[in-house]
Design a binder for this molecule. Structure first.
Ligand SMILES: O=C(O)CCC(=O)C(=O)O
Length: 349
C-alpha cells in the first residue's frame, strides 16, 4: 500500500485519470443529506468562521490602487451563525456584493462542524493505510462562484471530496514552478525550519495586508423615493508587523504574459470534480480553484483531508535538485544565492 501512495504521486504527473478516486465517497450520507434545510437544522445557531472579501479573492496577490502597492491580501474573517452565512450566500447575487466563503483550513470540520461529522468518513481509509497515518486536518468548504482560490501549493497530500456543486481545479506539477514566476530569494525565512529554502525560494514575496470593512453611504432611488443606504465596503489595510508572504502572482486562466512570460511554457491541467467525486491532489502540486453551483441548492460544499507529506520521499529531494538545476540554466544562478532585483523588475513591483 505504501507503494500505492508513491505510485499515485508519480502517476499524478502523467495523467488525470489517476488523480480521481472514483466511488470513494458513494456511501457517505452527506451526499443525500446536505441540503440547506438539513444543514440549518443540524447547525442551528452554531457560530462559524467565514472569510469575507469584496471580490472573492482571499489569500491572493492583489494590486491596491490607493497605495500603488501589490500585497498578499488576506480575507476579513467574520464569526457568523451558520444561518446568517446561508442567508448571505443565498442573497449575494449582485456582482458588487461581498463574497462569503467558509474556507478555514485548520481542521474546521471537527472544530466548527462537529454536528456533521457522522455524515462523512473520519478519514480516507486507503490513504491512511498507504501513508501510515491519520489525516492532519479535515476541512469543510462552503462557498459560491464568487470565490476563487488563487494558485498555490500545500505541503500535504490532499483528498478533496465534492459533496454539492462542482469545483474546477487548474493543476500544475511542482516541476513547472519555474513557469510561475517565483522570485528567488535567500533561504532565511524560518517558519518552515529546515525546509524553508524549498518553500521560500520558488515564489514571489509580497507585503501582507488584510481586507477591513468600512461603512459607505449611498443613495438608492426608486420611482417615488430616494433614500440613503449604508453598505459595507472593504479596503486593503497593510499589516506592518508581519513579514512578507511568498505567493504565486500568475492567474493561470488569464495569465499576463507580458509580466509573466515564462508562463507560456506551462501546461496546466484543468479538472472538474463533480459532486460525489474525490480528487487526490499530490503534495506540492500548484492549484487554482473555481467553483460552480448546480441544481436548486445554491452553493458548493466540499470536505478535504490533509495528510502531512513525507519529506523523506525521493520526490522531495528530486524536486529540490531539479529546481536548482533549472534556476542555474534559466537564470544563471541557483536559487540559494541570488539577487531578486531582476524578478522585481519583471513583475513591476
Ligand atoms: O476549494 C478551494 O477553494 C481551495 C482548496 C485548496 O486550496 C486545498 O484544498 O488545498
Amino acid at each position: 500500500m505504501v507503494a500505492m501512495a508513491t505510485n499515485l504521486q508519480v502517476l499524478g504527473c502523467h495523467g488525470t485519470g489517476s488523480l480521481f478516486n472514483y466511488g470513494a465517497t458513494d456511501h457517505w450520507p452527506a451526499n443525500e443529506l446536505w441540503t440547506d434545510d438539513y444543514l440549518r437544522m443540524k447547525m442551528k445557531d452554531q457560530t462559524v468562521t467565514v472569510a469575507v472579501t469584496p471580490n472573492g479573492r482571499a489569500d491572493a496577490v492583489t494590486y491596491d490602487p490607493k497605495t500603488d502597492q501589490t500585497y498578499f491580501v488576506m480575507p476579513h474573517e467574520e464569526q457568523l451563525t451558520f444561518d446568517t452565512f446561508l442567508d448571505h450566500l443565498s442573497s449575494s447575487t449582485h456582482s458588487n456584493s461581498p463574497a462569503y466563503y467558509i474556507s478555514l483550513q485548520n481542521g474546521s470540520l471537527p472544530s466548527e462542524y462537529g454536528q456533521l461529522e457522522q455524515d462523512i468518513d473520519p478519514e480516507i481509509s486507503w490513504c491512511s493505510e498507504a501513508l501510515g497515518c491519520a489525516p492532519d486536518a479535515v476541512n469543510f468548504w462552503f462557498g459560491d462562484e464568487k470565490s476563487v482560490t488563487s494558485l498555490h501549493k500545500d505541503p500535504y497530500e490532499n483528498c478533496y471530496a465534492v459533496i454539492r456543486g462542482q469545483k474546477t481545479f487548474v493543476l500544475l506539477p511542482p516541476t513547472e514552478y519555474m513557469c510561475l514566476h517565483g522570485k528567488m530569494i535567500t533561504p532565511l525565512c524560518s517558519i518552515m525550519g529546515h525546509y524553508s529554502h524549498f518553500f521560500q525560494s520558488i515564489e514571489s514575496n509580497y507585503p501582507s495586508a488584510i481586507y477591513t470593512p468600512t461603512a459607505k453611504d449611498g443613495l438608492s432611488t426608486t420611482t417615488t423615493t430616494t433614500t440613503t443606504t449604508t453598505t459595507t465596503d472593504y479596503e486593503i489595510t497593510p499589516l506592518e508587523d508581519t513579514g512578507k508572504v511568498p505567493w504565486i502572482p500568475v492567474d493561470p486562466l488569464y495569465p499576463d504574459l507580458v509580466r509573466y512570460p515564462r508562463f507560456k511554457y506551462a501546461k496546466p491541467m484543468i479538472i472538474t470534480v463533480k459532486q460525489g467525486e474525490m480528487l487526490y491532489l499530490p503534495s506540492l502540486w500548484f492549484h487554482h480553484v473555481l467553483q460552480q453551483s448546480l441544481g436548486q441548492e445554491k452553493g458548493v460544499i466540499a470536505v478535504n483531508y490533509w495528510y502531512d507529506m513525507n519529506y523523506n520521499h525521493a520526490l522531495f529531494a528530486s524536486m529540490g535538485l531539479s529546481r536548482r538545476l533549472i534556476c542555474q540554466v534559466v537564470d544563471g544562478h541557483d536559487s540559494l544565492d541570488l539577487d531578486s532585483s531582476e524578478e522585481e523588475e519583471e513583475s513591476g513591483e
